[in-house]
Design a protein around this ligand. Structure first.
Ligand code: B12
Length: 255
């Protein structure tokens, strides 16, 4: 059903198979929770991977009130709109409705640590860019989870790390946010965008973010995805390589 509604891949695991999950605040941007904190009766976790087949899925429209002011500020990940998330939620609802019609409870979640859980679901490995890399689409997938009390058959975890000696993502990051298997969030341009007032973002990162981020309108921007785009796994045709796609975007327009 996941494939029928438009997800590229799907995997299942159980909460008791998950160990050492990241938990709590990641910088000032997101709070990660354990699956049973979000859904106490959870018995299965379904991870759905949506193929980002066009850069516009990285479009973010920011509601003025959704700019995060730190861990204490009210947290609603859907106050702004991220196109990829909107598409995934829409598709996930069809599966949730089906589970409910079978008598189960189910909710979607983007608040649990999706990447290590996706590895446990057999979807791929966490690469040097820290992203979930799938054999078919590389890291060009967004993830969403469905937590349900249905007891579904779990998949086998993905055991390999296929990055080997490739370091294209590390070299391509304009702000040097990446070292192997580690992202320094405050050096990532996406963090800089989401936290415009955060003092922990270095000046050189702010400057590059202002220069390189395409802004179709004053309230919207395309999230950087260079470390996704350069990955050789599942790489799209040459005319949409990251440097070319950045060049082919409209100039930054400030109205
Ligand atoms: C917080 C967050 C951010 C923050 C911080 C990034 C980060 N890496 O944590 C910021 C705002 C910077 C960010 C940026 C981006 N993000 Co983001 N982000 C998240 C979020 C909410 C949590 C990520 C997380 O678990 N962080 C916690 C830290 C501890 O995890 P980690 O970096 O993965 O660290 C692990 C490894 O580094 C490893 N590790 C650390 N040190 C070492 C050392 C060694 C030697 C080894 C072996 C391993 C290792 O262990 C850590 C724990 O597992 C998830 C959504 C979710 N709910 O999961 C999306 C998510 C990970 N982001 C996503 C994307 C796509 C991006 C961007 C490309 C922006 C975009 N266009 O959307 C960039 C990429 C930056 C990058 N390379 O990480 C996607 C990734 C899809 C995929 N294929 O994996 C997710 C899953 C959102 C989604 N729903 O699809 N993100």
């Amino acid at each position: 059903m996941a494939k029928k509604v438009g997800f590229a891949d799907v995997g299942i695991t159980h909460p008791d198979k998950l160990e050492n999950l990241p938990h709590g605040w990641v910088g000032q941007v997101r709070k990660l929770q354990y699956p049973d904190e979000e859904f106490p009766t959870v018995r299965s976790i379904i991870i759905l991977a949506f193929h980002i087949w066009d850069k516009i899925f990285n479009l973010n429209v920011t509601a003025p009130s959704s700019v995060r002011k730190g861990p204490e500020s009210p947290f609603d990940p859907f106050e702004g709109y991220f196109l990829g998330y909107e598409v995934m939620k829409n598709k996930a609802w069809k599966i949730i409705t089906f589970l409910q019609s079978e008598g189960y409870e189910a909710i979607y979640s983007v608040g649990i640590p999706l990447k290590p859980i996706a590895v446990q679901c057999g979807l791929g490995w966490q690469g040097k860019n820290t992203l979930l890399i799938t054999p078919a689409h590389g890291p060009r997938v967004n993830l969403i989870a469905i937590l349900t009390d249905a007891e579904l058959t779990p998949d086998k975890p993905f055991q390999e790390d296929l990055c080997r000696d490739c370091e294209k993502c590390l070299k391509a990051c304009p702000t040097k946010a990446l070292s192997p298997y580690k992202c320094t969030p405050t050096r990532c341009m996406v963090y800089s965008l989401e936290c415009p007032d955060a003092p922990e973002v270095p000046e050189d990162v702010r400057r590059l973010e202002a220069k390189l981020t395409p802004r179709p309108t004053p309230q919207s921007y395309l999230e950087c995805s260079i470390c996704m785009n350069v990955c050789p796994y599942g790489k799209p045709p040459k005319n949409s390589t990251p440097s070319e796609s950045v060049k082919s975007l409209p100039p930054i327009v400030v109205m």
